[in-house]
Design a protein around this ligand. Structure first.
Ligand code: RET
Length: 133
């Protein structure tokens, strides 16, 4: 599959609000987050990935090895601890974030040279699309 690596810029976002509400993120942070122009940098060295989500307000950075469970702390988001694991399912990079929130995770894939990201929490799905920069 096409590599997810590189620099990405947010084009569209659907239901980020519902996702943030499901995470229990407060209304003032939600208002700011909805207006942000997000950028993403995905880097890979051997089997180790680093995913950096940037905005003028806050950044969120985490790293992992595929198929290896890791401790994730969602600093600056909902500030929870998760036992997370990232796997490849066909051409989709899929993460399950086990913790207090049910049905939490995300999936990344490339389609039409764009990066697609679905974020899940409880009964909410946020869908984002990024273009290469
Ligand atoms: C920002 C700004 C502060 C408020 C919120 C944000 C959202 C970050 C998210 C990051 C998800 C990253 C994932 C990457 C996987 O590849 C932009 C940091 C809510 C939703 C899951």
């Amino acid at each position: 599959p096409t590599s997810l690596c590189g620099k990405w810029e947010l084009l569209s976002s659907i239901n980020l609000e519902g996702y943030m509400i499901a995470l229990g993120i407060g209304s003032s942070t939600r208002k700011i987050a909805l207006k942000l122009k997000q950028h993403k940098l995905i880097e890979q060295a051997n089997d180790k990935y680093v995913i950096k989500t940037f905005s003028t307000f806050r950044n969120y950075v985490f790293s992992f090895r595929v198929d290896e469970e890791f401790d994730e702390f969602t600093k600056g988001l909902d500030e929870r601890h998760c036992k997370s694991v990232v796997t490849w399912e066909e051409n989709r990079m899929v993460c399950i974030q086990k913790g207090e929130k049910k049905n939490r995770g995300w999936a990344h894939w490339i389609e039409d040279n764009k990066l697609h990201l679905e974020l899940y929490c409880e009964d909410q799905t946020c869908k984002q699309v990024f273009k290469r920069v």
